[in-house]
Each structure stands twice: as structure tokens, then as C-alpha cells.
Design a protein around this ligand. Structure first.
Ligand code: ADP
Ligand code: MG
Length: 88
């Protein structure tokens, strides 16, 4: 198993409170497998993917661990280059 994510949660702190963007989308993938995530706009697809890649903006809060096995995640430098980590 390359990736197994159980019940990850992502929320965003916003002035008036919080936006619960991802709440319990468990998934698993084998190496070489392609997984599509489908859903209406705003349902949390990008937030889930960015959480897995550690590229969420700074107002995001994540619950759950990143159980990647043998995958190099973006370092700080790459993160800056591709623009992750800044609030929207
Ligand atoms: N940086 C952010 N701050 C506050 N809310 C956000 C931020 N990014 C995304 N959201 C909200 O989180 C929810 C999920 O967004 P997103 O993950 O982009 O969905 P999708 O990719 O499925 O369209 C939406 O309600 C969106 O407005
Ligand atoms: Mg998206």
C-alpha cells in the first residue's frame, strides 16, 4: 500500500469562524494506481489533495497523519516556488 488515509479532516480558520472543508474521506492507493476524486465545486477535493502534499495555506488546520511510504513530499523551497502555504 502506497497511501492509506483514514478520516482526514481539514478546516480553515476564517474571521467569522471556520470552514469545514474535508471531513472523513478515507482512501487508499497502491503504487502505480491512479485515483480520481469527483464531486461538486467546493466539496473539498483540492483541500484533500493539498493536505496530502502538505501544501495547504497557513489558515488551514489538518487532523490525520500523512502515511506516505517512500514518497518525497515537497520541501520548503519547492513549496515556496509553487506557491503553497500562503492564505488564499
Ligand atoms: N484558504 C481557504 N480559506 C477558507 N476557506 C477555504 C480556503 N480554501 C478553500 N476553502 C473552502 O473550503 C471548501 C472546499 O474547497 P476546495 O477544497 O477548494 O473544494 P473543491 O476543490 O472540491 O472545489 C470550500 O467551501 C472553499 O470555499
Ligand atoms: Mg479544486
Amino acid at each position: 500500500m502506497l497511501l492509506r488515509v483514514e478520516n482526514p479532516k481539514v478546516h480553515y480558520d476564517v474571521g467569522e469562524g471556520r470552514v469545514r472543508a474535508v471531513d472523513g474521506v478515507s482512501l487508499s492507493m497502491e503504487r502505480g494506481e491512479v485515483l480520481g476524486v469527483v464531486g461538486e465545486s467546493g466539496c473539498g477535493k483540492s483541500s484533500l489533495a493539498m493536505a496530502l502534499l502538505r501544501l495547504l495555506p497557513s489558515n488551514a488546520r489538518v487532523e490525520g497523519r500523512g502515511p506516505f511510504d517512500g514518497v518525497r513530499l515537497p520541501g520548503e523551497r519547492l513549496r515556496r516556488e509553487i506557491g503553497g502555504g500562503a492564505p488564499r
